[in-house]
Design a protein around this ligand. Structure first.
Ligand code: SAM
Length: 284
């Protein structure tokens, strides 16, 4: 963390890292302070030391705090128009182009996938687009996140009504079975996604991706960290590969020239040529 962190806040953040493996010290300090303040108000405390005491005494407060950091907020087909554009302008043409013997391969990555709704939405799209041809395709749909707890939920593939805020469970009914009021993803869709723990600021990146989605993740990071992650995504993509960012995640400076917009409104960009920025800035 480049900004100055008060020692009590540093202790609290170290505790979160130790308990949950989530290193919030890399996040913007004013973002953390705002989110912590609302949990502290809920407990009528005004200093980080007292709040740390509450966190240690009541482990469930750590869940409430991480929720409050909106760390895992996600749902199926979040920003539906993005998925529609992805279907029409990226996936359908890519499938047409590759639909020849020996070329039926797709590599997609949902980076910062939280509890899995985003990569499973992609899996549903692929299932719809490929139909009966699906078994003839070699599909890698990688989904990664920092948070092991979110990944465990993602791997289970069982969801509540909350995950269907934007597209109703009825609309997606072919892809779920209902058991005890909960929605279980069908194995054909579930098995398309591989979940792995990955820290965008520390781990090495996969390569040869056709499509990368990284949405509503970079809001926690500084400008330098944005530049680092976009540079690494550029390297992780095949030539002509596509990057989809969230509505608030914007590429600035020389990096913007390394991608050209496919759909500016939906934040869908294509990697330009082989032009790789000379050196990624430090990750922290
Ligand atoms: C708000 S969710 C976004 C989920 C999904 N992409 C969407 O837009 O619906 C943000 C996710 O980013 C993850 N995240 C935060 N920092 C990360 C990092 N350094 N590396 C990988 N994932 C990270 C969080 O654990 C969280 O699950």
């Amino acid at each position: 963390m480049e900004e100055h962190t008060p020692p009590e806040l540093e202790l609290l953040l170290r505790y979160i890292a130790q308990e949950r493996g989530i290193d919030c010290r890399k996040y913007k300090i004013n973002f953390l302070e705002r989110r912590l303040a609302s949990r502290m108000r809920a407990h009528h405390v005004s200093d980080y030391q007292s709040y740390l005491y509450i966190l240690k005494k009541h482990p469930e407060e750590l869940d409430a705090l991480l929720d409050n950091l909106t760390i895992n907020l996600t749902y199926f087909f979040r920003d539906q128009s993005v998925f529609e554009a992805l279907r029409k302008e990226v996936l359908a043409p890519l499938i047409r182009e590759r639909d020849h013997p020996g070329r039926r391969q797709l590599r997609l990555w949902s980076a910062g996938c939280a509890t899995g709704e985003e990569p499973y939405s992609l899996a549903i799209l692929l299932h719809q687009l490929l139909g009966a041809g699906l078994p003839h395709w070699d599909i890698t749909l990688l989904a990664t996140d920092l948070d092991e707890k979110a990944l465990a939920k993602a791997r289970a593939g069982v969801y509540d009504a909350f995950s269907f805020r934007e597209v109703s469970a009825q609309e997606l009914s072919p892809y779920f079975t209902i058991q005890n009021g909960r929605y279980h993803l069908v194995p054909e869709v579930k098995s398309l996604v591989t979940f792995q723990r990955h820290d965008l600021l520390g781990d090495s990146y996969p390569a040869n991706m056709d499509v990368i989605l990284c949405r509503n993740v970079l809001i926690y990071f500084t400008r330098e960290q944005h530049d680092y992650i976009f540079t690494m995504f550029h390297r992780a993509l095949k030539d002509g590969g596509v990057l989809v960012t969230g509505k608030t995640e914007i590429m600035l400076g020389p990096l913007a020239a390394c991608f050209k917009a496919v759909n500016l409104r939906e934040h869908i960009y294509r990697k330009v040529g082989g032009a790789v920025p000379s050196r990624p800035p430090a990750s922290s």
